[in-house]
Design a protein around this ligand. Structure first.
Ligand SMILES: Nc1ncnc2c1ncn2[C@@H]1O[C@H](COP(=O)(O)OP(=O)(O)O)[C@@H](O)[C@H]1O
Ligand SMILES: [Mg+2]
Length: 305
């Protein structure tokens, strides 16, 4: 068994399903479908219906959401079960515009306003020793009208306890921290910090992922193209990790590429020295050296000036 969270002792009490009505479909995820709904014909809500084989994920999400109350984290309202015994989570509905639809329009000021909210959400969950483990644009709701941001989807969350062996099958390919790609099971909440860096890149570099690839090795290769082979060899030496000869041949001798080579010209205005510095801090290859959100929030003026 990997990780800390154990759902065996956790029992969910279902609410009254007659209070809720589905209005329309709004999103698909890996565990079910999400709908816009109404509560007692009056208030909007989001209804996430889980497929019957996703009970573990539902329990995990319900448990962690129930532990979290923060302006930048989606609110859990209720859990219900329908006649087909499908369980659903009732949550606060967020008017969301997917990041890739707005990232070109976002001004420098808006990037700062939104990204600070992401750092605050992550800082809050980390202060409770919780790791999200799946931070990416589709798990972040951006309300473009009032410039608010809320983190959703706690289906992969877990408690962090030092020296615990965790599953590396968390996160989504483009947002996975290098330690996951290198099969390190004893990772820390800093995997979320890396993913935040990947999200910031989609606000200030281009409107698609910074690290793209078909498989995990491709992603590692892309990271090395940006950060250079030296960071990798340094890290492998310090951590006493060996990679296969074939993988090593792929990764050695890479020249570092500059951020400019990745940049869509529309985004150039947002690349202030402070934000580029912040991006580099978030995308620190060595997870022992990657800064915490509390450090980043304390030094915000440096990054946002
Ligand atoms: N509270 C919400 N308000 C608005 N849209 C939501 C909400 N929750 C989820 N969605 C939409 O549904 C999609 C899938 O939800 P998510 O919780 O990420 O499911 P999964 O765990 O299957 O990935 C999201 O990317 C988003 O578009
Ligand atoms: Mg999701």
């Amino acid at each position: 068994m990997y990780g800390v969270w154990d759902d065996k002792a956790f029992k969910i009490e279902s609410g009254n399903q007659n209070k809720y009505q589905i209005i329309r479909w709004i999103g698909n995820g890996s565990y079910g479908k999400v709908f816009l709904g109404v509560i007692e014909e009056r208030y909007e809500c989001a209804i996430k219906i889980f497929s019957s084989f996703s009970e573990c994920t539902l329990k995990r999400e319900v448990y962690f959401l129930s532990q979290l109350q923060h302006p930048n984290i989606v609110k859990l309202y209720d859990v219900i079960e329908n006649e087909q015994q499908n369980q659903s989570i009732i949550m606060e509905y967020i008017h969301n515009t997917p990041l890739n639809q707005v990232s070109k329009k976002l001004t420098l000021k808006e990037v700062k306003i939104l990204f600070v909210q992401l750092l605050k959400a992550v800082n809050y969950i980390h202060s409770k020793n919780i790791m999200h483990r799946d931070i990416k644009p589709s798990n972040i709701m951006f309300n473009y009208n009032n410039m608010t941001l809320k983190l959703i989807d706690f289906g992969l969350a877990d408690y962090y306890i030092q020296n615990t062996k965790y599953s590396i099958h968390v996160g989504s390919i483009n947002y996975k921290a290098p330690e996951l790609l290198l099969h390190i099971h004893y990772y820390t909440p800093s995997i979320d910090i890396w993913s935040c860096g990947c999200v910031l890149a989609e606000m200030i570099i281009r409107n698609y992922p910074l690290f793209e690839g078909e498989c995990l090795n491709d992603i590692l290769e892309e990271i090395i193209k940006l950060e250079g082979t030296v960071v990798l060899t340094d890290f492998l030496r310090k951590e006493h990790i060996q990679i296969s000869r074939c993988q090593a041949l792929h990764l050695v001798g890479r020249k570092t590429r500059s951020i400019r080579e990745y940049t869509d010209p529309v985004f150039q205005k947002k690349q202030t020295p402070g934000l580029i510095h912040l991006l580099k801090e978030l995308l620190e290859f060595n997870y022992h050296k990657r800064p915490s959100t509390s450090y980043l929030l304390k030094h915000l003026t440096e990054f946002l000036n």
